[in-house]
Design a protein around this ligand. Structure first.
Ligand code: SF4
Length: 405
């Protein structure tokens, strides 16, 4: 491993700063491809957002469904939705929580499309997973399509290195990408276990020649490799699916230890080094705590780095009077700020501008009411179903993750 940063890596990093992804501004609810994380138009006749009885209606429908329904709420969901969640957590915890409730006929997933897919993969055949708004996708998951990843594998095969490559895919990916990962001997990871997943992957062959193809979040891949595994930035290359051969030479591919897919989270990607410097100037003594989906320079400048679960635990354990600037989704940061204010902990959002995940925010009270009332009337709506073959291979990759030491 080397420590110098090559011009190629610098170009890749700079490139990321200035080029907005074509998916950054989602045409929400207007797409026609149900396989896309961008989803499709919601077919429902939704109640008006100004209906004063929405909370009561949601409560009544949930009560009528009783144990037949289990509502999952991702940490980034709105408060108006979270109040009806039976459990809250990150995507992996929620999929496991759903699998632990085989008696629930309906799993209502208040999150985004790939999360509902994972829940469908991990739950029983007779359980139905429902996403209250089909337009609740994830722009990061959409940045790696099955066709693009198959093409990438052809490039690696032609470069003569496919046999040395182990795919590691972030939970935030479509079922198709998880299936690709399972089929090619790889594993899924979360932001909590990415280091263990990489250690496992490099142990699958000769550690000197084994490479990892990390999908689809380049930042989590780079941050884990450099911060936790001692790799240099030179050990990582970025595969751009929009360029011939990923924009890489055969030599670059052969020399790399980490082949990072050029995907990122449009929410966490907004935090910058300036946000860190600015908050330190504004709040003396502040601790900066960020999610590993943030850019490498932000993670390098932060005091602490960790998954959403880690962020919550860190704040729970923080002493009264401590000050924190958090680099993750705004719904969660606001909820944590309110929760810990009474304990005298000052919690602020890392950036000055608001930074919600717009697709997570698609799930609102009218969608939840419509979903619960439909189910209570016996109408199954917005079911997310992964086909058998995809499920079989995706499950393989998920089970390798569950078996990680
Ligand atoms: S926060 Fe980022 S990774 Fe999570 S759902 Fe939204 S766009 Fe996807």
């Amino acid at each position: 491993m080397t420590t110098a940063q090559s011009p190629v890596d610098l170009v890749d990093l700079v490139d990321l700063e200035v080029q907005p992804t074509p998916l950054a501004l989602l045409l929400l609810g207007r797409e026609a491809d149900p396989k896309s994380e961008r989803g499709v138009e919601c077919p429902g006749d939704l109640p008006s957002p100004s209906d004063p009885d929405l909370v009561e209606r949601a409560r009544a429908a949930k009560e009528k469904l009783g144990d037949k329904v289990f509502v999952l709420g991702h940490h980034y969901q709105r408060d108006e939705v979270i109040q009806f969640a039976d459990v809250t957590g990150d995507s992996f915890k929620l999929a496991r929580d759903a699998a632990a409730r085989p008696d629930a006929e309906y799993i209502v997933f208040c999150g985004v499309h790939f999360m509902a897919e994972s829940a469908d993969i991990l739950t029983g055949d007779d359980q139905k997973v429902v996403l209250p708004d089909l337009a609740a996708g994830c722009s990061m998951a959409d940045m790696a399509t099955a066709e693009q990843v198959a093409e990438c594998w052809d490039v690696l095969t032609e470069a003569g290195i496919a046999e040395q490559v182990v795919p590691v895919s972030y939970m935030n990916s479509s079922a198709d990408i998880k299936a690709f990962t399972g089929k090619h001997g790889g594993t899924i990871c979360t932001s909590s276990n990415a280091k263990r997943a990489l250690e496992w992957a490099y142990a699958q062959g000769d550690p000197a020649s084994t490479k990892v193809l990390f999908l689809p979040d380049q930042h989590l891949g780079r941050n884990t490799a450099v911060r936790d595994m001692g790799f240099s930035l030179d050990d990582c290359v970025v595969y751009n699916p929009h360029k011939p051969n990923g924009g890489l030479t055969v030599e670059q591919l052969r020399d790399a230890k980490m082949i990072l897919w050029r995907g990122h989270c449009s929410v966490h990607g907004r935090f910058s080094l300036e946000s860190v410097e600015d908050v330190r100037a504004r709040i003396p003594g502040v601790n900066v705590l960020v999610h590993p989906e943030c850019k490498h320079e932000v993670v390098a400048a932060a005091d602490y780095v960790g998954s959403t679960e880690h962020i919550i635990k860190t704040l729970e354990a923080a002493p009264a009077g401590s000050k924190w600037a958090i680099g993750t989704e705004l719904n969660l940061v606001r909820r944590l700020a309110n929760r810990f204010a009474a304990e005298g902990k000052e919690i602020v959002f890392l950036d000055k501008t608001v930074c919600f995940c717009s697709t997570m925010n698609r799930i609102d009270l009218p969608h939840l009411v419509w979903t619960l009332e439909s189910l209570a009337e016996g109408n199954l709506v917005n079911q997310i179903q992964v086909d058998r073959e995809t499920e079989q291979f995706a499950k393989m990759a998920l089970e390798r993750m569950l078996a990680l030491p």
